[in-house]
Design a protein around this ligand. Structure first.
Ligand SMILES: Nc1ncnc2c1ncn2[C@@H]1O[C@H](COP(=O)(O)OP(=O)(O)OP(=O)(O)O)[C@@H](O)[C@H]1O
Ligand SMILES: [Mg+2]
Length: 359
């Protein structure tokens, strides 16, 4: 059993704070992804779980044991890093076997364990090669096999795919997902790639500036972002956000007016809507542009053909708003279009602190 509990973890170095008051319960066998921009504290949190850093405050439990002060080697955790950390003068076989040797695992079990781990990541035919004779993706799989071979209670993976090209990332990602499903080992996976987070995770932890912003399933995080940070970080493209004021019961900006508002909105709000939840049209006459509830009128800023859809963007004040239109939709740059934001597509946030307003 390896459930992991973080209780009010803080990490400071002098006046620098890496992680602030971070609490999290991870279930046994769960696949948790830490997601956030560079410098938000993902690696620091991971290193504290592994025992490579001591928390300044707070407690870490693995199973029922408080592991504060316990050496990394006594925590039964295997880590996979972004830089594979393979031994260049050892073959693939000996690299995978290495953790068994230093842990003094009974020698007669080594061969079958190494071959089983290698087979799981499809390295069977490459066991006699040296790391320099492998591609990046193959090296990455050696690092994975070396973690698997130990049969640890917990896997920690810190951006393990970041050195791979786009295509290999997708196939290795699928392999990691499959592996975790068959090994049933509690896994914490760090990434700043939100597609990786959404596809791999049972639950995602979104972090910013050392703080937990939201914890939820990929669907929860996508459908009900807790604040404007999460809304603006998750999704490709991310959620559109537009600041406005509530005046006489209407949401007003330069280019739009929305009057069917939920009750209880503060004076300064941000409306959010996803590119795929709105419609784009080309208004045909003057009458169309007058006073249409939930329409945003502006000239086209750019048109991007993605193959399966067309992205149309407009600029409203400082905000760049993006709509996902049919793949056959065409408009000219500079031509006026209308983004229609239906009531069910609208998310509301406080302008003051960014928090989601439940309506
Ligand atoms: N030893 C240290 N001393 C001082 N500050 C540190 C130290 N280690 C990390 N930090 C700071 O703590 C913050 C969090 O760093 P961390 O490495 O956890 O970020 P990260 O989320 O993993 O980012 P990335 O995606 O770039 O890897 C950063 O601002 C970093 O500069
Ligand atoms: Mg990092």
């Amino acid at each position: 059993m390896a459930q992991i509990q973080l209780k009010n973890i803080c990490k400071r170095w002098g006046s620098t704070t890496g992680v602030k008051d971070f609490s999290l319960d991870i279930a046994d066998r769960e696949f948790i992804v830490f997601l956030g921009p560079s410098g938000c504290g993902k690696t620091t949190t991971m290193r504290m779980i592994a025992g490579l850093e001591d928390p300044t405050e707070g407690e870490i439990y693995i199973g029922d044991t408080c592991v504060n002060g316990l050496e990394p080697k006594d925590r039964d955790i295997a880590m996979v890093f972004q830089s594979y950390g393979l031994y260049p003068n050892l073959t693939v076989y000996e690299n995978i076997r290495f953790p068994l040797k230093i842990r003094k695992v009974a020698a007669e079990t080594h061969d079958s364990r190494v071959r089983k781990a290698a087979d799981m990541v499809e390295l069977g035919p490459l066991l006699d090669r040296y790391p320099k004779e492998l591609s990046g993706g193959q090296r990455q799989r050696v690092a994975l096999a070396r973690a698997i071979v130990r049969e640890p209670n917990v896997f920690l993976m810190d951006e393990p795919l970041s050195n791979l090209d786009a295509k290999l990332r997708v196939s290795t990602r699928a392999q990691i997902k499959h592996l975790q499903h068959s090994l049933q080992t509690t896994t914490i996976y760090v990434t700043h790639d939100q597609i990786e987070a959404m596809t791999l995770a049972d639950r995602v932890v979104v972090m910013s500036m050392g703080e937990l912003q939201q914890l939820g399933t990929p669907t929860e995080i996508y459908d009900t972002p807790a604040n404007t940070f999460v809304a603006g970080f998750i999704g490709s493209p991310a959620m559109n956000l537009l600041d406005g004021k509530i005046i006489d019961g209407k949401f007003v900006t330069e280019h739009t007016q929305i009057d069917q508002l939920p009750s209880g909105l503060p004076d300064a709000v941000t409306i959010g809507f996803r590119a795929e939840d709105i419609q784009v049209t080309i208004p045909t006459d003057q009458h169309d542009t007058a006073n249409s509830e939930g329409h945003i009128f502006a000239p086209v800023y750019s048109v991007e053909m993605l193959g399966d859809s067309t992205l149309i963007s407009i600029k409203v004040g400082q905000a760049l708003l993006i709509a996902k239109a049919e793949k056959t939709f065409r408009a000219e740059i500079g031509q006026t279009v209308s983004f229609i934001v239906p009531p069910e597509a609208r998310h509301w946030f406080s302008k003051e602190n960014g928090a989601r307003i439940s309506v």
